[in-house]
Each structure stands twice: as C-alpha cells, then as structure tokens.
Design a protein around this ligand. Structure first.
Ligand SMILES: O=C(O)C1=C[C@@H](OP(=O)(O)O)[C@@H](O)[C@H](O)C1
Ligand SMILES: C=C(OP(=O)(O)O)C(=O)O
Length: 431
C-alpha cells in the first residue's frame, strides 16, 4: 500500500529520461537470439515483462549477459536452441507470449508455455488460428488460453492473412513465423499497428515489404547481430506528459522519447485536445526519437475513434485521466481491445477514476468522459487499486497529483511490469 500526496504548488519540473521501450526491448532480445553473432542492446528495459522474454531464451540455451540496461547476446541462429528443461514462464506479458508463439513454431521439440493469472485470461486464439494455418502445432487451454504447448514442428508454409483485429502482436507473430516458412506470407492490416518488428528485421539484415497495409515476408537468409539502441518508451513518457499538462505551474522535458509514427498517437491526441507539445533534438534514425517539452495547459474534449486507437492503445488510460480535466466531453469508441489487456481497462479505469469523483460512462467499445470534474482524495471505502495492471497503477499515481487530498493505493508492485522506477521518477520531478 502506498500514500500518494498531491503535487507541490510549484508544479512538476526538470528533465527526465524514462526507461527504454518495452516493445523494442522484447524484439531486440528476439532478433539478437536468432541472429548470428553478438548483439548488444543499449538502454534495454530492465522490467518484469521483458525479463520474461530473456528468461525464455536463456531456458533455450542462448547466452545472454545483462548489466543493468546493457545486454549482450551470443546469437546462434534459429536452429540451435536446446529443448527447455522446464515450462516457459511468460509472466504477465502478452507480447512475449504471442511473439514467441510465432518465433518458436518450427522447433524440433515441445515447449509448454504458461503465464500469471491475468495473462491466462487473455485471448491467444487470434495468434493460434493463423499460425495453425501455416502449419504450426500449438495446443491451448480451451483452444484460446494459456497454459499451452508449442509442439515440435518441421514445416511452416506462408499464408495470406487478413487481420480481423488491429494488433501488432498478431502481425509480429506471423512475421516471425513467415521468416521461417516456405513461400510468401502476406499480412493485410486494416489499420496500421506498431511496426517495430519490421524495422528491426531490416536492421538485422532481413528483407520485408510493407505497402498500403500489406506486409510481405519470406524465408530470411541468416540475420546478423547488431548494436540496438532502445529509445525511451513513449508509453511511459505519456504519464509524465499528462502529469505536466494537468498539474499547475509545470514544465517537464522528456528526453530521447521514441516517436515512431505508428506509436506516437498520444502526441496527436493531446495536440487535438489543445496541448502545445514541443519536440526538439529530433533524431531520425531507424527508430526516431525526440525530446518532448510539456507545460501546464488547458485541454478540451475530443472524439477518439477506431482509427486513433492502434497508435495509442496503451495510452488510453492516461488520456482518459487527461479528459476528466478537459473542458467538455471526450468520447472514445472503437477501443474494445482495451477489454482484453492486463485487465479490462475500460472497466478498471472507469472504476478507479470514478472513486476520485470523475464522471465517466463505460461503453462496450470505449467510454464517454464528462470533463472538468475536480478529483478528491481516497478514503477507506475508495482505496485505489492497480488491479494488477501497471498502466492502471501509473494512471492512479498521476491522478493523485491533482487530487485535493491524499490518495492511498494498493497493488503498486504491478508497475514493475513496464516501469520499475516509476514512483521514484515521479518523486524526482516533484522536488
Ligand atoms: O507488439 C507490441 O509490442 C504491443 C502491441 C500492443 O498489443 P496488441 O498487439 O494486442 O494491440 C500493445 O498493447 C502492447 O503493449 C505491446
Ligand atoms: C498491453 C500491454 O502489454 P502486453 O500485451 O505485452 O502484456 C501493455 O504494456 O500495456
């Protein structure tokens, strides 16, 4: 249990480099493990989710050394994994599970995979169905859930697959299987999802086409180990952007944030709400980055629709908090995917913010937030909870900055899934 005090009158100030990007850290481990030679990762995210991906590769016999945010992988290609001695633990991580189901779907041995209580509720059939069409032999509990078994398999064949949901995890699983398959794999996306897998495959010397929503990949020649510099995670930075916008007298600069256009929806949505975000030191590398300066500003309500969701899917909880302080209503639709994250994030965010006095109506695929409601503190009967969901925990902690009394929250350990030092960094900008 932690006690969270409102922000000081002088606001939030300073420069902050939030930890490395979670999506990119997972992928850097995966490509490093399957490439030939050494891969070095800089600014690696040392968080629970990513450490589960690392644990899987160690269990498969890959040599990985970690020194804080520096990681060195001795890659040996896809054909040299050893059969694991125990079931593979995916922890709380949907990204580990779904991407590894694709990556490991053509190995000569069986692997049992399992996760925690939250992960064991999340839908996996979305990956299993197209992988099975390619020839993967995967069995899941009730055909959809962990635990499951990735069975030994010797053949994968390319398919053409129209994605029913916008999901970078499904797309990436198919790319990672398609890289090993006979023939071409074509993935058709209705809405673009984050393209870190495509960018990293190219960086490692692979070949993948992406044009007008069609991604085409075939069997790859040997990939070559790389030096990967992971940008600061925009999904983590978003909590501080909203904190600075809402907390009076604030000015924060977030350094080196990843601004890949398939991930930076939160910047567009905050700008539509009236925020003036200043980008400087733009570095247009494989994964572009910028410093982002944010000052306190009044916001107004907007309509967020299906097309806005994929590039900001993990930022909806913190955007919803911003909307409680904006002038007018914010309507979010086309966001049913939020219901199958670490928690049903529509339900949990409505539940938590309502405890503080926010006025939000849940919809099947989104919510209506009536803005301009002051937030009060928590009492014994309105104790805040993370529900085991890191992003709900961080949203609550940012809400506490503008609450009129102290807020008490339980389950704060969940934040280590993506941002172990979140509360310490929040304290730092309050000093
Ligand atoms: O590919 C990824 O790294 C991720 C994709 C998104 O999930 P979906 O693919 O389910 O939308 C996102 O919510 C998750 O945090 C990370
Ligand atoms: C949904 C998330 O992650 P994952 O799907 O990897 O569990 C997240 O980080 O918000």
């Amino acid at each position: 249990m932690i006690r969270l005090t409102p922000a000081p009158k002088r606001g939030l100030h300073g420069q902050l480099t939030v930890p490395g990007d979670k999506s990119i850290s997972h992928r850097a481990l995966m490509f490093g493990a399957i490439a030939q030679g050494v891969t070095e990762i800089e600014n690696f995210l040392d968080s629970d989710d990513v450490l589960h991906t690392m644990g899987v590769f160690r269990a498969l016999g890959v040599q990985i050394e970690q020194n804080g945010t520096r990681v060195r992988i001795q890659g040996q290609g896809l054909d040299h994994f050893q059969a694991p001695k125990a079931p593979l633990d995916m922890g709380n991580s949907g990204t580990s599970t779904r991407l590894l189901m694709g990556l490991l779907s053509q190995q000569p041995f069986d692997m049992t995979i399992f996760g925690d209580g939250s992960l064991s509720q999340r839908p996996m059939q979305r990956v299993l169905a197209p992988l099975a069409q390619m020839g993967a032999q995967i069995t899941l509990t009730d055909g959809d859930k962990l635990p499951g078994v990735i069975h030994a398999n010797h053949t994968l064949t390319g398919i053409t697959y129209e994605m029913p949901v916008a999901s970078a995890q499904v797309k990436s699983a198919l790319i990672l299987a398609g890289m090993q398959a006979t023939g071409q794999t074509k993935i058709i996306e209705k809405l673009p999802s984050r393209d870190h897998t495509e960018r990293m495959l190219r960086q490692f010397g692979g070949d993948i086409q992406s044009e007008n929503g069609v991604i085409t990949v075939s069997r790859q020649p040997a990939l070559v180990g790389q030096h990967v510099v992971v940008p600061a995670d925009i999904s983590s930075a978003a909590f501080f952007m909203v904190a600075a916008l809402m907390t009076p007298n604030s000015e924060l600069t977030l350094k080196n944030v990843g601004i890949n256009p398939t991930r930076d929806g939160v910047l567009r949505l905050l700008r539509r709400m009236g925020a003036d975000l200043q980008l400087s030191n733009i570095d247009d590398t494989n994964e572009p980055t910028a410093d982002i300066t944010v000052r306190t500003q009044p916001l107004h309500g907007i309509h967020i629709t299906a097309a806005d969701i994929p590039s900001a899917v993990d930022e909806i909880p913190i955007l919803a908090l911003a909307a409680t302080q904006a002038q007018g209503d914010t309507v979010i639709s086309g966001a049913a995917e939020l219901r199958v994250k670490e928690t049903d994030r529509i339900a949990t965010l409505v539940r938590e913010l309502t405890k503080l006095g926010a006025d939000i109506e849940a919809l099947p695929d989104g919510m209506i937030i009536h803005g301009g409601t002051p937030l009060h503190g928590s009492t014994d009967s309105t104790l805040l909870e993370t529900h085991g969901d890191h992003r709900i925990g961080m949203m609550n902690a940012v809400a506490a900055l503008i609450a009129h009394q102290e807020v008490v929250m339980t389950g704060e350990d969940a934040m280590s899934v993506s941002y172990p030092g979140f509360l310490a960094d929040l304290m730092q900008v309050m000093r």
